[in-house]
Design a protein around this ligand. Structure first.
Ligand SMILES: Cc1cc2nc3c(=O)[nH]c(=O)nc-3n(C[C@H](O)[C@H](O)[C@H](O)COP(=O)(O)OP(=O)(O)OC[C@H]3O[C@@H](n4cnc5c(N)ncnc54)[C@H](O)[C@@H]3O)c2cc1C
Length: 415
């Protein structure tokens, strides 16, 4: 009898896990009310960053926060009514800005991210990979006196990551027409991007179906441990049972687990995109604008400006002005840029305070596995997480997963 698993969530994390579990001989059923790539995996900036090791929480970062908060359409905003609910997560985030924590988080990000392109190639096969992925490098940009901090440079060097400083002339050569507001850049040649995050994730879903997996448009409502082993899931239009249960529900995962007494400090960092069809410029390398908190990525059907962070919880309606602002930011970066009618999107990043996901089993809950919390880097870290989790579920030791254990949060309850 093949082993069987129910996976909650058909984003990049759940589908990567599903494909690798099938390769281990498991039978998988995925539940997702939105279908494949209906969450954050649909509209992200598509940056693939094996050479990204810098966590969001860095020393001294809090000093920049008041300036950001003054601009409601800026790179970071907190809706005032949500601040009391957010405070415990922010306190943990501040704790992660200590040097020892930053160093540990960077090492864990390196271990998780480094194989990302290789794992995407394993998932998609050579032809699929070439059609969807570009090993283009990425360029980070700053305005005014901004630039990479000394600690960032140290961390990159420690992990053997190549990066090349770019001055105004280099930038103008690489990006003709770029605004003179931009003063510095950093080329990270080992990074890349996808020309369509949605198509990449749909390719995973097609593989799952082709290998006999099942993807049902259902919402899990309750997770129930079965007497004698295994798990049942009560969904809105069905009941399912399997030996193993994988929670890969992105930003919604914590509320699925809370009734089991499992409380993890997961927050949603809401983000937006403005997709710009028929752009008048061709971007050879994707951009990460560090001073303004967004990415600008060349995709198969236009340019995508995506990013910024809004803390307002899972249920607050989107603020469409933030998406429209991203189109303005793209224009500000390239003043001569013209494009067709932009398409706007809003999504929820599942984020822990240390920028790392949880990947692995839950102690004391045999058969229950977690794979969520990839924050800003899920297109990068999701596939390696799925490969590791499937390996662990098949009984192989996966040492890199120790740093991703759900037990790492002090005071987090796993009852
Ligand atoms: C604006 C923006 C830009 C980004 N840019 C990048 C980038 O450039 N590079 C990068 O690596 N990452 C980026 N990210 C992050 C990346 O998109 C996420 O980390 C990643 O998509 C998370 O994948 P996931 O599968 O965990 O979650 P999701 O894709 O959100 O999938 C979770 C799924 O769970 C389902 N679900 C929820 N509740 C239930 C339930 N009760 N039952 C069943 N299913 C349920 C949802 O419907 C959803 O489809 C960005 C994110 C945003 C928002």
């Amino acid at each position: 009898m093949p082993r069987d698993a129910i996976i909650l969530g058909a984003g990049v994390a759940g589908l990567s896990t599903a494909v690798f579990l099938q390769r281990e001989g498991w039978k998988v059923t995925l539940l997702d009310p939105l279908g494949p790539a209906g969450g954050a995996s649909f509209g992200n900036a598509g940056l693939l960053s094996p050479d990204t090791v810098i966590p969001a929480a860095m020393p001294g970062m809090w000093r920049k926060v008041p300036g950001w908060l003054r601009d409601p359409l800026g790179p970071l905003t907190i809706r005032p009514a949500y601040l009391p609910k957010l405070s415990p997560w922010l306190a943990r985030w501040l704790g992660e800005t200590r040097l020892a924590r930053v160093e540990a988080n960077a090492a864990a990000l390196h271990a998780l991210h480094a194989p990302a392109l290789e794992v995407w190639r394993e998932l998609l096969g050579e032809t699929g990979f070439r059609g969807l992925m570009r090993q283009s490098g990425q360029v980070q940009l700053w305005e005014g006196s901004g630039g990479p901090g000394a600690l960032e440079t140290t961390l990159r060097a420690r992990h053997g990551i190549r990066a090349e400083a770019l001055g105004p002339d280099d930038l103008r050569q690489l990006f003709p027409g770029i605004s003179r507001e931009v003063t510095r850049g950093l080329l990270v040649p080992g990074n890349g991007h996808t020309v369509s995050p949605a198509r990449a994730v749909h390719s995973l879903a097609e593989q799952v179906l082709a290998e006999g997996g099942v993807i049902l448009p259902q919402k899990a409502l309750k997770l129930i441990p079965r007497e004698g082993g295994g798990w049942s899931v009560l969904a809105n239009t069905g009941m399912h049972a399997a030996e193993a249960l994988v929670v890969a529900g992105g930003a919604w995962s914590a509320e699925l687990l809370a009734p089991l007494g499992i409380r993890l400090p997961l927050e949603t960092e809401r983000g937006y995109h403005a997709h710009l069809p028929n752009p008048s410029i061709e971007l050879r390398v994707p951009i990460l604008h560090k001073s303004r908190g967004f990415g600008l990525t060349p995709m198969e059907d236009g340019l995508r400006a995506a990013g910024t962070v809004e803390f307002a919880g899972l249920r607050a309606p989107p603020d469409e002005r933030r998406a429209a602002q991203l189109a303005q930011q793209a224009k500000r970066l390239f003043p001569d840029l013209e494009f067709g009618a932009p398409r706007f999107w809003f999504g929820q990043r599942p984020s822990f305070p240390d920028s790392l996901p949880v990947v692995g089993g839950v102690p004391g809950r045999p058969g229950l596995y977690l794979c969520f919390g990839h924050g800003h880097f899920g297109m990068t870290g999701g596939p390696p997480s799925g490969r590791m989790l499937a390996g662990a579920m098949a009984g192989r030791g996966m040492p890199a997963m120790d740093a991703l254990s759900p037990t790492r949060f002090s005071g987090a309850v796993i009852a």
